[in-house]
Ligand binder design. Sequence first.
Ligand code: PLP
Length: 454
Amino acid sequence: MRLPDFPWDALAPFARKARAHPYGMVDLSVGTPVDPTPLAVQHALAAAANAPGYPATAGTPELRDAAAGWLARRLGVIVEPDSVLPVIGTKELVAQLPSQLGLGPGDRVWIPAPAYPTYEVGALLARCEPVLGPVDGVALVWLNTPANPSGRVLTVDEMRAVVGWARERGIVVASDECYIELGWEARPVSVLHPDVCGGSHEGLLAVHSLSKRSNLAGYRAGFVTGDPRLVTGLLEVRRHGGSMVPTPVQAAMTAALADDMHVAEQRARYANRRAVLAAALAVAGFTIEHSEAGLYLWATRGEEAWTTVDALASVGVLVAPGVFYGEAGRRHVRIALTGPDAQVATVPERMAMLPPPQLVNPPPAPVAAGYVGGGHQTGARPVAPLLPSGPPTGGLPVAGARPDTAYQHQQGSQYQDRGPAPAGPGTLPAVPWPGDDRGGRPGFRVTTEPPDIR
Ligand SMILES: Cc1ncc(COP(=O)(O)O)c(C=O)c1O
């Protein structure tokens, strides 16, 4: 099995360069939380430290109740507590889901573009083929809203369209909703919300992490919920495999899910950093695209991603190149809101010293993030040009579109979309595409408004 190179290793030379800056380094690359774990959560962990017995793979009743309560309260999603299954951080679940659903060679996993790289890894670990569009043989679709890296929020109509298409074919839809409480200028909606799923969770899974919401990345805490049949199947596999969340972590998760105040406080911290960083980037000539939710700013100044990474490293700011997330990010960088305030405050000053962009060739029109079959690559591999094509369709076949133009594929990719997109009765209805944002997001606005979460 050939897994992609671990992308972060390629960033090491730029980290060295950034560290050498006289002001030191501001690390806005990985997106690992830097603010304290809430005290009440730490206390809950400590209070459960005496845990001589094995934990329940299914989670304690208290944890499942707390998760169901959070889903209802914050997202307007009703699940039975029995349909909640804790996971050892959601990266673990994302990497294992195709295997744990019983998928294997011959199955295809439709992943977003640009995307968090672990969707691809999970498909490859199961010896499935990752694809970028709705081709034959898809057995699992990943949605990610709000998206990493772009911060794009899928609309209810877009999600309904994917769910409807998948249901007609008995395909599982898994929605990674890691950043769902970090909506800034858009309202993220869960795939399990009745507006999306029509009140039935059949064939659907939603994946929720506590890492970002509650600064719990070090605890490894998340859960998956949705279709009781699918959750029961996952529980069986995970019991056999020993995929248990430690008892003290389950207690900490229970406390974290019961409290929303610490989330409001954390949102305020991120909102402030976002305002400082967005303004500094705009002054330095960056265009910020999407970024309407989540933990990142998705920015470009038209040059190759690694050139921007190098320029920013020269002023001590470390960011992630968009190519870590696929071909669609070849001219973008991802800037995390996870720097300590005192360091983030130095970014505007540093930007004043930023070298100008190096535009070798005029940039093509930016590729909209989301379900665009724009080719996918992980890591710092050479980037092949995008095939010319029509306007973005979100990777979804649009009614009336020629099937062979319904999605793009990338030449030279290690894997490609194969076969024509399905046409005929199963063709998806045209769905409104959010804004025509191919040229960036004019009027980008920073807000500290609380999320309007259904
Ligand atoms: C989209 C997305 N999903 C899942 C994860 C994994 O989160 P964790 O394993 O901390 O729950 C991340 C982490 O950054 C992410 O960005």
